[in-house]
Write a protein that binds this ligand. Structure first.
Ligand code: IPD
Ligand code: CA
Ligand code: CA
Ligand code: CA
Length: 261
């Protein structure tokens, strides 16, 4: 069932209120010592804040939306097998390594898809107190400021953002892509990287990501007319990992051509 515009605006405003609370709690927790653990390897960090944020967000989603299915990183979500109905994506701290070591360039991300259609996305830049939010029905905003589509610059005209580990090992043609760009950067977190592309500070971003890493960014980027696909140009699979590419339309064509060559 499709939602009306006022219902979508209502959901947007509700989640913005949750994110205010989440931001306050996250900043307060940063004043205390973090409990840092590891998951699959020594670089795969998780903290008490990742877990507490996910618990709180998922509780709020379930209380607000009785039809919610939740795909989230830290284990408080559902085992989702299809994209039917209301599917929420939650990344309670995106860029946990940055959160722990740099104390900036991390985000809290939430997205809502209904019957596989992107409806709303939220990326909260906690340190800069800016939420990038919106979707196809309402447009994209940085807090209250409406964003316009970034300039359609080519790869050679701009900065490309890449995953550091894959760039180091020359995977997915990332070495060729970095050389063909005007400049390249490794931000170390998906949300802050999506923000740079959405704001026109970078012409593209590519990394291997899980659905909670790209769900919100995809909604916002597509709404602004940017291209989002996997590195072979195919639509993203919302329920498994993908080599994601988000870029201006021109840089997207440039990167796909380099990846194939
Ligand atoms: C990670 C970061 C990183 C990306 C990884 C993600 P996390 O998210 O966004 O930049 O390369 O694929 O898993 O685990 O810190 O939420
Ligand atoms: Ca993680
Ligand atoms: Ca993440
Ligand atoms: Ca995370």
């Amino acid at each position: 069932m499709t939602l009306r515009r006022f219902e979508i605006q209502d959901i947007d405003q509700t989640v913005l209120l949750w994110l205010e609370e989440l931001r306050t709690k996250t900043i307060a927790a940063m004043q205390d010592e973090l409990t840092v653990g590891t998951k699959s390897d020594v670089r795969d960090l998780v903290t008490n804040v990742d877990r507490a944020n996910e618990k709180l967000i998922n509780q709020k989603i379930r209380a607000y939306d009785s039809e919610a299915h939740i795909v989230s990183e830290e284990g408080f979500g559902d085992q989702q097998r299809d994209m039917k109905g209301h599917v929420w994506f939650v990344d309670p701290i995106d860029g946990t390594m940055n959160f722990v070591k740099e104390r900036e360039e991390f985000a809290i991300m939430i997205a809502l898809y209904i019957d596989n259609q992107p409806v709303l996305g939220w990326i909260l830049d906690v340190v800069n107190n800016t939420v990038y939010h919106g979707g196809p029905e309402i447009g994209v905003f940085a807090n209250q400021l409406r964003l316009t589509p970034p300039m359609d610059e080519s790869l050679a005209q701009g900065i490309v953002l890449l995953s550091g580990a894959r760039l180091l090992y020359g995977m997915f043609g990332y070495d060729h892509i970095a050389k063909a760009a005007l400049g390249y950067r490794v931000i170390g977190a998906a949300g802050p990287s999506f923000i740079r592309v959405i704001r026109g500070q970078a012409v593209g971003y590519s990394s291997k990501m899980m659905p909670w890493d790209f769900a919100a960014g995809q909604v916002l980027a597509k709404t602004l007319g940017l291209s989002v696909s996997d590195i072979d140009g195919q639509p993203l699979d919302m329920l498994s990992s993908n080599i994601v590419l988000v870029a201006t339309n021109r840089a997207h064509r440039d990167i796909l051509a380099l990846h194939k060559s």
